[in-house]
Each structure stands twice: as structure tokens, then as C-alpha cells.
Design a protein around this ligand. Structure first.
Ligand SMILES: [Cu+2]
Length: 209
């Protein structure tokens, strides 16, 4: 009897401990955030961002930050949580419209260079400027993907301006081959890219031709 009681108390203490530890890890401190930013070289000023919302009945949440890399390029860091573990295609899609429940309102891939779909960095530039790649989500439902490139601009209205388009996270993996979009399955997350530090009248999330 006594042993049973002791066990029960021990279990209760352990459970409280686990709950506490969980709570601690889900709330990153300012220090953690600073470290994460330095880790991927996001020291420059923020030039764009997107809040990624759940689509196709997923529970996904996420955000994207575009920052100046100080070398004439842009770094994007996209992070998701409450996502299904595994690999998920991430693209920039043409229209800055995430209004439909299936995310299809964001249209096709953003492809200002009129190339075929492919893997970022493929020879002869045979990929879309929105072909970011596959993001790996760990069993805790979290994942991060980063990309640094001089092929994008943000906020100036150039043909390669990411602002006004949408980040889309897919349920499946991008095979980097199938046309026009890598056979990546349903759209489980979508977020319109808005400019930071650009004039408000230029900052509307409108589809570009
Ligand atoms: Cu896509």
C-alpha cells in the first residue's frame, strides 16, 4: 500500500515536471530568439514578412521573415509549428491571396523568369523563383527552412519583388520534377508576403502581373 502511494506521488511529481519543461520550451526567451536570428545570418533589416495560416483543415501555424543579407541579397527564414511531421514543399505562389480554405486562391507558382519547375539552384536556372524547397518537420510538429539569394528583391515593385505574393506550405513533398508544381499535394498553409519599411501605399498585398 505504502509503495503504491509513493509511486503515485512520484508519478505526479514527474508529470508536473514534464508539463513545466514543455511550457518552458514553447516560450523562447529574447536570448533564444537572438541566437536563432544569428544562426541563420538574419542580422540585416527586415524587408518583408508573412504570417502563415492553416489551410485544407490543417492545424499549421507559421511565419516567414525576409531580411537584407547586407551583400545585395535577401535571406528568408520560414518556420512552422503544429505541422504534420515529414517533408513539405514550400513555394512562393503568384497571388497574394490566401482567402480560400484550400489555399488555391494563391494561384500557381510565382515564376517571373518563365522557367520550368525544379530544384532551387538547378543548372541553367531551370526552376521557379518561388521554388524554395522541402521543409522538414520533426515529430514535435516544428520545422524551419532558410534560403539566401540575390535573385529576389523586396518592396521596390521589380519583377523579382517577393512582396505581394504568397508563401504556400504543401501537405506533400516536392519531387522537383513534375510540372508545373512538383506534385506536392494539398496546400496546408498560406501567408501573404507584405513589405516592411516600404511606403504603405506600396505595401498592399496585390497580385502582380
Ligand atoms: Cu506550391
Amino acid at each position: 500500500m505504502k509503495t503504491t502511494q509513493l509511486c503515485a506521488i512520484g508519478l505526479a511529481v514527474a508529470l508536473v515536471g514534464v508539463a513545466y519543461a514543455d511550457k518552458k520550451t514553447t516560450k523562447p526567451t529574447a536570448e533564444d530568439k537572438k541566437e536563432a536570428k544569428q544562426e541563420v545570418g538574419l542580422k540585416g533589416k527586415t524587408v518583408g514578412k508573412a504570417d502563415i495560416e492553416a489551410k485544407s483543415a490543417s492545424k499549421l501555424k507559421g511565419k516567414a521573415a525576409f531580411t537584407d543579407d547586407g551583400k545585395g541579397g535577401i535571406v528568408v527564414r520560414i518556420e512552422v509549428s503544429d505541422a504534420p511531421p515529414g517533408e513539405h514543399a514550400v513555394h512562393i505562389h503568384e497571388k497574394g491571396d490566401c482567402s480560400s480554405p484550400d489555399g488555391k486562391s494563391a494561384g500557381d507558382h510565382w515564376n517571373p523568369t518563365h522557367m520550368e519547375h525544379g530544384k532551387w539552384g538547378a543548372p541553367m536556372d531551370k526552376y521557379h523563383l518561388g521554388d524554395i524547397g522541402n521543409l522538414t518537420v520533426t515529430p514535435d510538429g516544428k520545422g524551419v527552412i532558410t534560403l539566401e539569394t540575390a535573385k529576389w528583391t523586396a518592396g521596390g515593385g521589380a519583377v523579382n519583388d517577393v512582396v505581394g505574393h504568397a508563401i504556400v506550405v504543401h501537405g506533400g513533398v516536392d519531387d522537383f520534377k513534375s510540372q508545373p508544381a512538383g506534385n506536392a499535394g494539398p496546400r496546408i498553409g498560406c501567408g501573404v508576403i507584405t513589405g516592411e519599411g516600404v511606403k504603405e501605399k506600396d505595401n498592399k498585398a496585390q497580385p502582380k502581373k
